[in-house]
Design a protein around this ligand. Structure first.
Ligand SMILES: Cc1ncc(COP(=O)(O)O)c(C=O)c1O
Ligand SMILES: Nc1c(O)cccc1C(=O)C[C@H](N)C(=O)O
Length: 420
């Protein structure tokens, strides 16, 4: 239902009825900041801050190398992986925390190709979407060059054409559940069902889904998945990513980055590679301990949080934001590029606007942090664990004010110099 003419008191009332309102206390929220960019980098949690401090001061500072065992550093990738697994519908032993999405995607792609080979399938086509996040496409292009088009060939299609391209000559469907630009959410369960009817394996990028909405990898029968922990999981800048491989593939899959941490017996230092059983095979090198304890700390923000409540609040925050923009007469100027139907949306709204860059910079100057995506989009991310309805109301007042005073046209914003 549409939010109509919500004033400040009404926005505060929505906060008073919010079942997730108390979770905000778990985060460090800078004074005077309304943060609508958790879809790029999540906020710091108090738990992560304390965990990193403890690890650096005591575990590294005092206990040194004994900490690999004494503080179970060595188990971090699997332990954190299992905790992430609970948030993405994966039973234990199928998720490991390591590396970046880019690197994990390469591992997943080759592993999926190896499963197809083991099944006797001589297919090489990898289907993805034209508007996928570039790094995902670069990784397939890299493999295509390395392995030759006869073994791996990328074919790009529009999102709406996906169903009709899932034919029996395709090896892998590689998609991102939520489009980083438009926020469109693909129906992964349905796509996976269609893909499997033609023996196609499915790899999903959960960068904009994990921690933002319920994800049910096991139930949907997804084959492999990757995702990051620095967005909705709040793991910190450059935090290690994760990779999921369905248990049914563990016996046959082979990932190509054969590091010693993925060896069956790393501390025997044998010259011959023997993959570890199960998901541990996806490890390559030494885990970045200080970064990974930050992720482990951050994930406690999800303790006793139901992801259905997260999704429900995410959609409400977005609806309130858009309806307030509409009531302010701004939705002609700012053209929403998200799908009409909420079920087809992720946890962000993006608007096309000629002066999107200037608007974004002027907002940042006033404490409202959103982000700009070329060529002319401004994106607002909604993070239900810490964003309040009152903040949404305030943010729209500030947008109104920037546009009314034409601060977005300030000559300082003529030259784009921001990296994000
Ligand atoms: C959908 C998607 N995939 C991948 C990435 C990048 O992954 P990484 O930097 O961990 O390799 C991003 C954003 O950074 C993204 O939005
Ligand atoms: N990963 C990022 C980074 O290292 C620096 C700046 C931004 C990012 C991002 O996360 C971009 C992001 N994936 C996006 O949706 O645009």
């Amino acid at each position: 239902m549409r939010y109509s003419m919500i004033n400040e008191a009404a926005a505060r009332k929505l906060d008073s009825e919010d079942v997730l309102a108390h979770v905000r206390e778990r985060f460090v929220i800078p004074d005077g900041t309304i943060y609508l960019d958790g879809n790029s980098l999540g906020l710091l949690t108090h738990a992560a801050q304390e965990r990193v401090q403890q690890t650096v001061t005591q575990e590294w500072g005092q206990d040194l190398i004994t900490s690999w065992n004494a503080h179970q550093w060595i188990d971090l990738p699997l332990r954190v992986g299992d905790r992430i697994g609970q948030l993405i519908g994966a039973a234990t032993g199928q998720v490991v925390c390591c590396d970046s999405i880019s690197v994990n995607l390469t591992k997943a792609l080759v592993a999926a190709l190896s499963v197809q080979t083991a099944r006797g399938q001589r297919r090489h086509k990898v289907i993805s979407t034209v508007d996928n996040f570039p790094t995902d496409l670069y990784m397939v292009q890299g493999l295509q060059d390395l392995l030759g088009k006869g073994n791996c060939e990328l074919q790009l299609v529009e999102e709406k054409e996906l169903n009709s391209t899932l034919t029996d000559d395709v090896s892998i469907l590689m998609v991102t559940e939520v489009n980083f630009r438009t926020g469109r959410r693909l129906p992964i369960a349905e796509l996976t069902r269609l893909a499997h009817e033609n023996n196609i394996l499915v790899i999903v990028d959960l960068a904009h889904s994990a921690g933002a909405m319920p994800v049910c990898l096991d139930e949907w029968q997804v084959d492999f998945a990757v995702g990051c922990t620095y967005k909705y999981l709040n793991g910190g800048p450059g935090a290690p990513a994760f990779v999921y491989a369905a248990e049914r593939h563990h016996a046959t899959m082979q990932q190509p980055l054969r590091g010693w941490m993925g060896h069956a017996k790393p501390f025997e230092f044998s010259n011959d590679y023997q993959p570890a059983a199960g998901i541990r095979q996806f490890l390559a090198g030494t885990p970045p301990v200080t970064a990974m304890v930050a992720v482990e700390g951050a994930l406690t923000a999800f303790d006793h949080v139901d992801l259905k409540d997260v999704r429900d609040k995410s959609l409400r925050l977005a609806r309130l934001f858009h309806d307030l923009l509409h009531d302010a007469g701004l939705t002609q100027m700012l053209q929403c590029i998200a799908p009409e139907q909420e079920a087809q949306r992720g946890s962000q709204l993006a608007y096309a606007f000629e002066h999107a860059y200037g608007l974004c910079q002027a907002l940042i100057e006033r404490g409202v942090i959103a982000d700009f995506r070329a060529p002319n989009y401004i994106r607002f991310g909604f993070t239900p664990l810490y964003t309040s309805y009152h903040e949404i109301w305030l943010a729209v007042q500030i947008i109104r004010d920037v546009i009314a005073t034409e601060d977005h046209l300030d000559p300082r914003w003529q030259q784009r110099n921001a990296v994000t």
